[in-house]
Structures are given as structure tokens and as C-alpha cells.
Design a protein around this ligand. Structure first.
Ligand SMILES: [Ca+2]
Ligand SMILES: [Ca+2]
Ligand SMILES: [Ca+2]
Ligand SMILES: [Ca+2]
Length: 298
């Protein structure tokens, strides 16, 4: 396939996917539903959908040209096909709410064709160059980008960043006219409970508490260093729980991956991470806390 592709560093400015503003101070709104109960209700809806629908897996098995994921009801000619439920993997994503609860949400993903670049899959804080389509379980499309765009996984809804990280990118070659051919790229679809989407926040085409599904073609990825401190954003996961959003060494409400001075000591991380350039993070006072995370180095 041939697509215009001007620069790998061009970030897209717009997407529907961007995180909704939280609206916890909304007095007159209907009282927000309980996160745990809604997660369970959504999981029933998702499993019902996955049990009663299938996709064009035969087309992927025999594909000699690019095919797109097409969903279908298990009825009529498709009544004896294999349900989506038999193809998906599930994962539990834990989300900490603003009032201190820890809520587990189950999401599902299906890899229709895995990309060749398994080792270059995005982390949840990297960027992805992709096309995507978002649908409700009733089949209506609420958002899509048929031309490839860059998305920053830190700026999209939680379920999207986990789902897209399961799909590997492919390879590309540049043509003489500057266009790019993408090959062997990953294609998949993921199914999200509302708690990993917009939850109580209705959007155009998305009623409140809607489970969501997104099909994606992942062409390439980019490892991000959001704060340009020389440490990849995924490596600023200080507590090693896989989630760089909950690490904030200096407690200034800016997580380390976005904070150029992680310990808030007035010396930027890039200047004190490895000043002697021996490849090992410096620990001047030998207290086991590297200087860039230690607001008292001496
Ligand atoms: Ca963490
Ligand atoms: Ca911070
Ligand atoms: Ca940082
Ligand atoms: Ca320091």
C-alpha cells in the first residue's frame, strides 16, 4: 500500500480519542455510577457481543492483498463461524480514581495480523502512527481516521493506549517520489469497557457508559521522551509497576515522564542523571537513590 508520509515526527493535533476532561464537580448531573458495578455490567455486554459476533478471519488467512477487519453477526450464512470470543485475549487494567479507589477493568484484544516489528510495539507512553476506526457495540462508527496519523498514547483514552500496544508495527520503504510503502504491519481490534473509555462523559455519537471498540492498523511507532530529560518515558516508571503515570518523585503532580526535574531540586534530570558519563546513573552521596531522584545529593 502507498500512503503519503511526510515526516515521522509530525504529530497529529486532533483526535476524538483525547482524554475527556473530568467532570467530578458537576452538581446537577445524574449521580455518577459506581465504577466497579459498571465495569461488571460492561464486561457482560462485551462478552455478549464477542459471543454473538465474528470477523472475516478467512480473508486474513488467505490474504494476498490488504484486507480490513469486518465484523459480522453470528447469524444466517455466518451462523457457524467461530465467535470473536474464541480469538480474543483479555487483560485487566487497573485504574486509580480521583477518590482513591483502585478499579479493575477487563478489556479484550484480537490480533488479526501481527506486525513484523514485535520488539517495536509501543508502550503505553509512546507514539503510534496508525489508522483507526472507533465503533459502539451497535455497529455505529463514532470516529475514524482513514489516513494515517500520529497519536501520543499518553493523550488518548486509557483502553486505547493498552490496546494499541498489543499490535506490532511493520516495515516501510521510501519511494523516490517521497511516498512510503508500509508492509507487514499489525492489524487488530480491541474492545473496551466504558471505564477505559469515557465512562460517564457522553461525547458526540457516544452515550454515557458506552463500551467501545477500535480497529487499528499500526504502521510504525516512536519511543517517546516527553520531557527531553534523556530518559525514555517508559523508563521513568520508577516503581516498575508498568505504569509511568503514577510515578511523581517530587510530588508536584507532574509525573516523572513529563517532569524535566524529577526530584524538584532545581537541577534538571538531564544534568544530574549521569554527569560523569560512565553510563551509570550518578549517586553522589551513595544512599542508593540516584541523584536525579534525590533532592539531597550531598
Ligand atoms: Ca509506575
Ligand atoms: Ca514531578
Ligand atoms: Ca523526567
Ligand atoms: Ca538531585
Amino acid at each position: 500500500m502507498k500512503k503519503g508520509f511526510h515526516t515521522l515526527l509530525l504529530f497529529s493535533a486532533m483526535s476524538f480519542l483525547f482524554i475527556a476532561c473530568s467532570s467530578n464537580d458537576d452538581d446537577d448531573a445524574e449521580e455518577q455510577r459506581d465504577f466497579t458495578e459498571q465495569a461488571a455490567a460492561d464486561d457482560l455486554l462485551l462478552r455478549e457481543y464477542l459471543s454473538t459476533h465474528t470477523y472475516n478471519y478467512e480473508a486474513f488467512a488467505s490474504a494476498t492483498t490488504d484486507v480490513e477487519i469486518e465484523l459480522d453477526t453470528l447469524a444466517g450464512d455466518a451462523a457457524n463461524k467461530t465467535p470473536l470470543l474464541d480469538f480474543v485475549n483479555s487483560q485487566v487494567v487497573t485504574v486509580n480514581t480521583t477518590d482513591g479507589q483502585s478499579i479493575e477493568h477487563r478489556m479484550y484484544h484480537l490480533v488479526a495480523r501481527q506486525g513484523s516489528g514485535l520488539e517495536r510495539r509501543s508502550s503505553i507512553v509512546d507514539s503510534v502512527y496508525l489508522t483507526y476506526r472507533g465503533k459502539l457495540l451497535d455497529g455505529s462508527t463514532f470516529d475514524e481516521s482513514a489516513v494515517p496519523i500520529w497519536l501520543d498514547n499518553t493523550s488518548v483514552i486509557t483502553g486505547f493506549r493498552y490496546g494499541v500496544s498489543e499490535i506490532a508495527p511493520g516495515t516501510y520503504t521510501q519511494n523516490q517520489d517521497g511516498t512510503i510503502n508500509f508492509e507487514n504491519y499489525g492489524q487488530g481490534i480491541f474492545f473496551l469497557p466504558s471505564g477505559l473509555g469515557y465512562f460517564a462523559n457522553a461525547r458526540t455519537g457516544i452515550p454515557a457508559y458506552s463500551p467501545l471498540m477500535f480497529s487499528v492498523n499500526v504502521f510504525t511507532t516512536n519511543q517517546a521522551d516527553h520531557d527531553f530529560d534523556g530518559i525514555l518515558s517508559i523508563d521513568e516508571d520508577v516503581d516498575g509497576d508498568g505504569n509511568p503515570f503514577n510515578d511523581d518523585t517530587d510530588g508536584d503532580d507532574i509525573p516523572n515522564y513529563a517532569d524535566p526535574d524529577d526530584d524538584g531540586d532545581g537541577v534538571n534530570t538531564i544534568a544530574e542523571y549521569d554527569a560523569d558519563e560512565d553510563g551509570i546513573p550518578d549517586d553522589t552521596d551513595g544512599d542508593g537513590i540516584p541523584d536525579y531522584l534525590d533532592n539531597d545529593n550531598a
